[in-house]
Design a protein around this ligand. Structure first.
Ligand code: CMC
Length: 391
């Protein structure tokens, strides 16, 4: 069968051609469809970014309005889904709930499974974009023990998500623009990141011609892990632990260097970036601005900044080119917005959704073959079966 080259963790394997996201890890540069992330984060909005990723170009006014209207057409979720939500214990981790609900959506929207043309594919994408925002908001409501809210079609995508998440019955809802802008920016910064673990999972599952919703459900599960999207939850837990332990950041930097301690500085390091993660730079500044404008002082931000300073001056981190990544400061913003720690990775998933869908769409339209890596076998030689009573 010829020589097989092993590349554990696909550290140096190009799995596809792609036109969506460009990433230069040495320079710390990230472009969506050619547009630098700094410009997009400052000037665009999440709905426009979803359009850009899905269709390849910034929308005209008409295209933007058409896209928003198409999403709003699907701004509901089958009532039966609420029974599934009811059945989960309140203590369930929101990412497990979200992944299950995403897969369950398939049963109630069978047409979206049978995607044959580009038009079918675009409908399935718009449908999932609308319904996934419900699933994220409802996951929060469930785990907090609150009733579920329906969509408000007078609002844009992010405002609607915000209201579905936080509106309490019989109370006026305060659409705080500082919070909405912060959410918008965070979602934009998470929208795509080329062939990361969850996106590769979505493409791999989809390469078997599995439907969009089930492929995305697999992506949610991949994102859940603490080495990937789950790092945003792990960072805040780490910062809280350091604070409770007296705030000695140097002690934890030392601990992270000692392999026997089996402890990593969460929110540090990246497979591709060997320089500052450009998203972390934007988020660090945003965290500072948002805390100031909401009048919040969070000790976790002080600890994070001290930790960053000590780590970046340490030879171990310098040699290995370990810098803060997107997850290092994002949790501080989520917390300031009133989002509980266990929900952080759900926020990442909501942001990453358009990236996953665009990559799935690209893979299907390019007709990529089924993903099927090889292995080097190192198990037992051929041997004969032994009856149980003779073992
Ligand atoms: N703390 C301490 N040491 C580290 C860290 C860290 N956070 N990250 C990497 N290293 C060390 C690692 O031990 C290894 O050292 P050595 O060469 O002595 O064996 C070296 O740096 C290279 O690391 P690696 O594990 O081979 O690198 P990788 O590309 O396989 O892993 C990573 C990348 C992001 C999984 C890893 O840096 C990590 O575990 N970071 C902490 C978790 C985290 O923040 N994840 C979020 C990633 S960014 C956004 C996202 O995907 O959600």
């Amino acid at each position: 069968t010829g020589l097989i080259t092993l590349d554990l963790g696909y550290k140096n394997t190009g799995a596809t051609l792609s036109e969506i996201t460009y990433l230069d890890g040495d320079k710390g540069e990230l472009y969506y469809r050619g547009y630098p992330i700094e410009q997009i984060a400052e000037k665009s909005n999440f709905t426009e970014v979803m359009y850009l990723l899905l269709y390849g170009e910034l929308p005209t006014q008409n295209q933007f309005q058409g896209f928003e209207a198409n999403i709003k057409k699907y701004n509901y979720v089958a009532e039966e889904m609420k029974k599934i939500i009811d059945a989960f214990p309140r203590s369930a981790h929101p990412m497990g709930v979200l992944s299950s609900l995403t897969s369950a959506l398939t049963a109630f929207n069978p047409k979206a499974v049978d995607v044959r043309s580009k038009e079918d594919l675009d409908h399935a994408a718009e449908m999932l974009i609308a319904k996934f925002a419900h699933l994220c908001a409802w996951t929060y409501r469930k785990t907090q023990g609150f009733s579920l809210n329906h969509a408000d079609n007078n609002l844009n995508y992010v405002e609607n998500f915000y209201k579905m998440t936080f509106r309490m019955p019989n109370q006026d809802f305060d659409m705080n623009p500082v919070v909405v802008n912060a959410l918008d920016k965070l979602l934009i910064l998470h929208a795509d990141h080329e062939q990361n673990c969850s996106t590769s999972t979505v493409r791999m599952v989809g390469s078997a011609h599995t439907g969009l919703f089930a492929s995305i459900s697999a992506g949610v599960s991949a994102l859940w892990g603490p080495l990937h999207g789950g790092a945003n939850q792990a960072v805040i837990e780490m910062l809280e632990m350091i604070e409770a332990d007296g705030g000695d950041v140097a002690k934890y930097v030392e601990k992270a260097k000692n392999k026997e301690d089996n402890f990593r500085l969460m929110g540090f390091g990246h497979r591709v970036y060997k320089n500052f993660d450009p998203r972390a730079k934007i988020i660090k500044k945003a965290a500072d601005d948002i805390l100031n404008s909401l009048g919040i002082h969070d000790k976790a931000l002080d600890i994070a900044m001290q930790l960053e300073k000590v780590a970046l001056e340490d030879e171990y981190f310098v040699e290995r080119k370990l810098y803060p990544n997107v997850d290092f400061y994002s949790g501080i913003i989520y917390r300031a917005l009133g989002i509980p720690t266990e929900m952080f990775t759900v926020m990442f998933a909501l942001g990453r959704l358009p990236g996953w869908i665009s990559q799935w769409k690209e893979m299907r339209l390019m007709g990529d073959p089924i993903g099927r890596p090889r292995q080097v076998y190192k198990g037992s030689e051929k041997r004969d079966y032994v009856d149980m009573n003779l073992r």
